[in-house]
Design a protein around this ligand. Sequence first.
Ligand code: ATR
Length: 269
Amino acid sequence: MALPYAEVIGDPIAHSKSPLIHGFWLKALGIEAEYRATHVAPHALSGYFAERKADPDWRGCNITVPHKIAALEHVEDRGDVRRAIGAINTAFRDADGALIGTNTDAAGFAAPLSRFDLAGQPVTVIGAGGAGRAVLYALAGIGVGPVTLFNRDVEKGAALLSSFGLEGQARPIGDAVPPGALVVNATSLGMTGQPPLDLDLSALPQDAVVYDIVYAPLETGLLAAARARGLATIDGLEMLIGQAAVAFERFFGAAPPRERDAELRDILL
Ligand code: ATR
């Protein structure tokens, strides 16, 4: 009999780090299963899901660019992912055989924040795209205080805040960051090949946390600026590993060995 397997699908797919992460955990736990990278072009997405639904060895998939919105058409949404985030990054088969879509980015983003008490605290978020939506969804769940949302398109930012029922205001990127407990970069600014994100962090208190979802490079200009001011930081690998951990449990029914994150991070760099 063939081995059970899960996979990441996208177009292109070669750059994905998901096989390294899931492969590391499968080996660490001695689970006899595979995790693959599978190229799926947009026109082939519907056929992909039809085929995998009938494959008893398939445990699920992670979904990356450009399928995160289109894949919603092919899965059941048992939470409020469609309404709230509008995109999925994981599909899996549940106990009764239904194909379920979910978004583990929000939970992956929120996991490292459990080390801090952010309830009712003012926070700043940069970005109102797909990643920004997952971040705002998670922050609304934590019950943070007013959110200052920086985005190039300020109207889009304001609409997003009200759609998540968050207090606060939208501002153009370039304004100084107001005092607050947390700053999150949810754009690709600062990523290798993208323009840098230059923020004035001088109003932040010494116990503020700066979180960048970008993981290439691991030390972005934003995180370097935060460290230079002695602030706590969270890098993008924490979210990457966190979203994979939630998906891994769905696929293989076991919690990944997070006590080995340091080893995994070395592999991913
Ligand atoms: P993702 O799914 O990674 O969030 P996205 O949906 O394309 O990608 O969103 C990208 C985010 O980065 C948006 O907030 C975008 O700002 P706009 O909504 O104004 O387009 C922001 N962004 C991307 N490139 C940018 C740039 N050069 N300057 C400022 N903001 C940028």
